[in-house]
Design a protein around this ligand. Structure first.
Ligand SMILES: Nc1nc2c(c(=O)[nH]1)N[C@H]1C(S)=C(S)[C@@H](COP(=O)(O)OP(=O)(O)OC[C@H]3O[C@@H](n4cnc5c(N)ncnc54)[C@H](O)[C@@H]3O)O[C@H]1N2
Ligand code: MOO
Length: 415
């Protein structure tokens, strides 16, 4: 069905069609250090406790708390220092009554000790810490400054859940818990293809009628940001045969997804429409949104997903966020596929198109929770320069035709 037939869909209907067509990608085992930014297909379970063993939270002395319970600056308690425990030692020195071990932060606390006295609570401090120590302050309670084994996680606990991404926090937590191998979903392989006879090659001089291909780099970065692998970046003229040929190349390179920009609307030279329309695999729809109205989507008989996004640069950015990014995350088995959204107060007025949900590139003030248009020129889908200011998209319902200062607007935060 084509846009020219008047088929109109809501954003939700179009997204539901896209998500229903997806099959999660295969999973693979990976060494944890080699799994950054992948999504877990199975939970990563702790191989050991965190902390691994009872250890000191301070540089100082491991003591028997009862020995020093009465210590004060006026009546210091003198202990014999019988061991030194720098980082990395496995010693477990016995401590008799009146004995202490010098200990550094993170070293295992002796089994006989039940509190740590920091250097600051002793008379000699670090300078005079071997031999004997004069304790000036009693520990607040037994267990003071001892970090207990398993207080954070126990062996067998899930450190990172299935469907979660291994970012820096998650990956380091898994390493801390002794996880060595994880089962992750393979990264989606994506081909990015800009169509348009007006597009300049990089380095080619600008001239009337010709413009830089800004959609190519836009998508290349957005795809990488969605943890997918770019396997092909191409630019083709407005020629359906060139679109068919580049599709073959993308499939040969193993692309799971091909994202085209341009050539999907109603003009005389629409190469994506020319290559795919009427063949039953890729459908051309009109989605009630602005920008991003003409949308093509389908699955080739090779299983390759095809997105045909409208060529205007802001349309590409919005269409990627609304349809392509959720699809790339769903392919990875990600449990959360949507950007965060929150209500913000408009601190400027702007107009919106009738009958279409607006996605307006916007600037937000997080402290004041306010939102305003990123471009002085309003919501034009061709305003490629203003995209540099955008931190968010203000989402205005189709039935609203103007936003007034003070209105509360739903905002999708990006980047
Ligand atoms: N008669 C109609 N005309 C148009 C309609 C319509 O419904 N009826 N829809 C308009 C809307 S809305 C959009 S959006 C565009 C989409 O058009 P296409 O997807 O066919 O894209 P193009 O015509 O190829 O390009 C549109 C615009 O974007 C520029 N462009 C394209 N590729 C790039 C690139 N890689 N980098 C930077 N800029 C690019 C191109 O030069 C055009 O200015 O159709 C409307 N027309
Ligand atoms: O959909 Mo077009 O993107 O409105 O400008």
């Amino acid at each position: 069905m084509s846009a020219a037939n008047g088929l109109r869909r809501s954003v939700e209907e179009q997204l539901a069609l896209v998500l229903a067509a997806l099959r999660p990608l295969p999973t693979e085992a990976r060494a944890i250090r080699d799994a950054a930014h992948r999504t877990l297909a199975e939970p990563a379970t702790a191989a050991h406790d965190i902390p691994l063993f009872d250890n000191s939270a301070m540089d100082g002395f491991a003591v028997r708390a009862t020995d020093v319970a009465a210590a004060s600056p006026e009546n210091p308690v003198v202990l014999r220092v019988v061991a030194d425990l720098p980082a990395g030692v496995s010693d477990d020195p016995a401590l008799a009554a009146g004995e202490a071990a010098r200990i550094m932060t993170g070293s295992p606390t002796p089994t006989d000790a039940d509190a740590i006295v920091p250097f600051e609570d002793t008379a000699g401090g670090l300078a005079d810490s071997l031999g004997e120590v004069r304790v000036l302050h009693a520990p607040a309670k037994p267990g003071a400054f001892v970090r207990r084994r398993g207080a954070d996680l126990h062996a067998g606990d899930a450190v990172v859940l299935a469907g979660e991404r291994l970012g820096a926090f998650q990956l380091s937590a898994a390493v801390a818990a002794g996880v060595e191998t994880v089962t992750v979903t393979r990264a989606p392989r994506v081909a990015v293809v800009s169509t348009g006879s007006e597009l300049l090659e990089p380095g080619e001089a600008a001239q009337r009628g010709r413009i830089p291909d800004s959609n190519g780099p836009l998508l290349e970065l957005l795809v990488a940001d969605a943890d997918a692998e770019v396997v092909l970046v191409a630019r083709v003229a407005d020629d359906a045969d060139a679109v068919r040929a580049v599709t073959e190349t993308a499939v040969e390179r193993g692309a799971d997804v091909i994202v085209f920009t341009g050539g999907v609307s109603a003009g005389a030279y629409e190469p994506v429409r020319g290559a795919f329309d009427g063949r039953g695999e890729v459908e051309f729809a009109s989605v009630a949104m602005q920008p991003g109205k003409p949308q093509a989507f389908g699955v080739l008989d090779t299983g390759t997903l095809v997105f045909g996004l409208p060529g205007n640069p802001v349309s590409v950015a919005v269409s990627f966020e609304v349809f392509v990014r959720p699809a790339l995350l769903a392919l990875q088995g990600r449990s959360e596929i949507h950007r965060p959204r929150a209500p913000f107060t408009a601190d400027a007025a702007w107009t919106t198109p009738p009958g279409r949900r607006q996605y307006l590139p916007a600037v937000v003030d997080l402290a004041r929770r306010t939102v305003r248009p990123a471009t002085a020129g309003g919501s034009g889908s061709h305003l490629a320069g203003g995209l540099a200011r955008a931190q968010a998209f203000a989402i205005v319902p189709a039935e609203i035709d103007a936003v007034a200062e003070g209105d509360v607007i739903d905002v999708m935060l990006v980047g």
